[in-house]
Design a protein around this ligand. Structure first.
Ligand SMILES: [Zn+2]
Ligand SMILES: [Zn+2]
Length: 259
């Protein structure tokens, strides 16, 4: 199976990366998409070590909405920085995570939108898939994705945790949805309901490590091996085997990211 979203170049993994990779392999996780923050030099510096420890991983590079305020005076610079990073990062196959976060509102919403748009334009120009982070900002996210001419990019809504209506609206863009460990939480009934009927060829799975550890390790540091919990949960919802879900999400990952 594939963990479609993890922050393995984060400092949380700096000390025991090899053990983390070994546990991922033991759990049947053969590949992962590692999210790199375009403006976090320490993370970019650790990327070669991640690739060395796990040659099958690929990267997405982007400026997170939490960091958008740094580009308030010149949102276009966000796009220029992204282009430089995409040229420099070996194994970069996607743009992300980018989007809008109105839950924390670390940057003014107008600035978040401009920085998101500047990076979407880069993805469109380079025909790269996009990893979207959207939190309490569904309407603006969809409006920006559609732009003036409809959706012109391909990608995934990472950490999807909405209900059946939100799922339909997300899939309507042609994007995939990526299911996080939240699906294992007892209160996530509406999410499980939505996913039960979801088209299986549009679903990815992720950990968002080191965040969002699933049951039964909730609250601890998350890591790619635990994406198996998400796969097991989906297998239950879809009345099939974890192996079948694993094959399906791997195929889906390959179709979207070519990796
Ligand atoms: Zn995110
Ligand atoms: Zn993330």
């Amino acid at each position: 199976m594939v963990d479609s979203h993890c922050h393995l170049a984060g400092r949380e993994f700096a000390d025991d990366l090899e053990a983390v990779v070994a546990r991922a392999h033991a759990a049947g996780v053969s590949r992962a998409l590692v999210i790199l923050a375009a403006d976090a030099q320490a993370e970019l510096d650790r990327w070669p070590a991640v690739q060395q420890a796990w040659p099958a991983v690929r990267a997405a590079v982007g400026i997170h909405p939490h960091q958008a305020a740094a580009y308030a005076g010149d949102p276009v610079e966000a796009g220029r920085l992204l282009e430089r990073r995409l040229d420099a990062v070996v194994g970069a196959v996607a743009v992300g995570e980018i989007g809008l976060d109105y839950h924390y509102d670390f940057a003014p919403r107008g600035v978040q939108q401009a920085v998101f748009e500047a990076q979407l334009a880069v993805a469109e120009r380079r025909q790269l898939p996009v990893v979207i982070h959207t939190r309490e900002a569904e309407e603006d996210t969809l409006r920006i994705l559609r732009g003036a001419h409809g959706v012109t990019t391909r990608g995934v809504f990472h950490c999807f945790s909405g209900d059946i209506g939100a799922l339909a609206r997300a899939l309507d863009t042609g994007y995939f949805v990526s299911v996080p460990g939240i699906v294992t939480f007892p209160r996530s009934t509406a999410l499980r309901e939505a996913l039960t009927a979801a088209p299986r060829d549009r679903v990815l799975v992720e950990t968002d490590s080191p965040y969002l550890a699933p049951v039964p390790v909730r609250g601890l540091r998350n890591e790619p091996a635990y994406v198996a919990r998400v796969v097991e949960t989906l297998a239950g919802l879809w009345s099939t085997t974890p192996e079948a879900v694993s094959r399906q999400v791997s195929d889906n990952f390959h179709r979207l990211f070519g990796a």
